[in-house]
Design a protein around this ligand. Structure first.
Ligand code: ZN
Length: 302
């Protein structure tokens, strides 16, 4: 059975795993990178991790899930680099192929999460779904069984976090104002709480105290409302069989899920019976999905 390495890049750490063709993780490792780490530092981190993981292994390919807009043909970051400082414009694929001499496939991190769910996760029996990753930011992926991931003509499809929810609203890191990511993400919850109270708390803390803290209650209610409105747009745009919701915020779903679904059902124009379900994989989805991208790449070559 072929073995590949999947790498998931975050703002502060790089996760990597050796994965086989059944999706099983055989070996796992992680490296911290400083928050202000330069692109060179991150690239060195990836190389170090691949060296560590590939020791004594016969690795056929490497898959990388990266934040930002990703040109998956040339394996480079486009003009939006996500939560890694200075990441825009970075060449990922060519230096790694030069060093390791095996195929490297680079995907946007939300697309990687979508590939994981389509392969062995909540989407494994679905014909089509929209994947949403709600964590520090809000990522998206569009998947159909026939086409796979829809990347778009300019590799920017599925960037649903940058659809506008409130025209002229909060400034987004992408340059637009009022992007959904500024309202439906862990960071958005933290920012809104700070705006109302002057106190900075973690998203988890805010969700956990939403029954006892009035401001937290308000913030979480707003989150559940904004999320539902956003789901209406997803439904009307794509009419997928299902929406799969993953990312770190799903761990707090007991505090907002039912309210979000209630809001969606009360506002929707014609409920087609769209299934909205939590992802099966959270922390591992990026690495497993990146590994799937690597396997797809070698299947294409074969
Ligand atoms: Zn944006």
């Amino acid at each position: 059975m072929k073995r590949v390495i999947g790498i998931d890049l975050g703002g502060t750490k790089v996760n990597g795993a050796v994965v086989d063709e059944s999706g099983e993780i055989l070996k796992w490792d992680t490296l911290s990178t400083s928050k202000s780490g330069s692109p060179e530092e991150v690239m060195d981190g990836i190389k170090e991790l691949v060296h560590m993981l590939s020791e004594g292994e016969n690795i056929s390919a490497i898959g990388i899930g990266s934040p930002g807009f990703i040109d998956s043909v040339n394996g480079k970051v486009l003009s939006v680099g996500g939560n890694i400082e200075g990441w825009a414009g970075t060449e990922i694929k060519s230096p790694l192929e030069k060093e390791f001499k095996i195929p490297v496939q680079v995907e946007n991190d939300a697309n990687a999460a979508g590939l994981c769910e389509a392969w062995i996760g909540a989407g494994r029996d679905l014909e089509s779904f929209v994947m949403l990753t709600v964590g520090t930011g809000l990522g998206g992926a569009l998947f159909t069984r026939r086409e796979g991931i829809w990347r778009g003509h300019h590799f920017q499809a599925g960037e649903v976090g940058h659809s506008i929810l409130y025209p002229g609203g909060h400034q987004c890191s992408c340059g637009q104002r009022g992007c959904t990511e500024e309202y439906v993400s862990g960071t958005a919850v933290e920012n809104e709480y700070e705006r109302l109270s002057g106190i900075r708390k973690s998203g988890k803390e805010i969700f956990d105290t939403c029954k006892s803290d009035d401001i937290a209650r308000k913030v979480v209610a707003r989150f559940a409302w904004d999320f539902a409105v956003f789901l209406l747009t997803i439904k009307n745009m794509f009419d997928p069989q299902a929406v799969i919701i993953g990312g770190g915020v799903i761990l707090s779903k007991d505090h907002w899920w039912d309210e979000m679904i209630g809001n969606f059902q009360s506002e929707v124009n014609n409920d087609p019976g769209i299934t909205i379900l939590p992802a099966l994989y959270l922390n591992d989805s990026g690495t497993i999905g990146a590994a799937r991208a690597a396997l797809d790449r070698i299947e294409e070559v074969d």
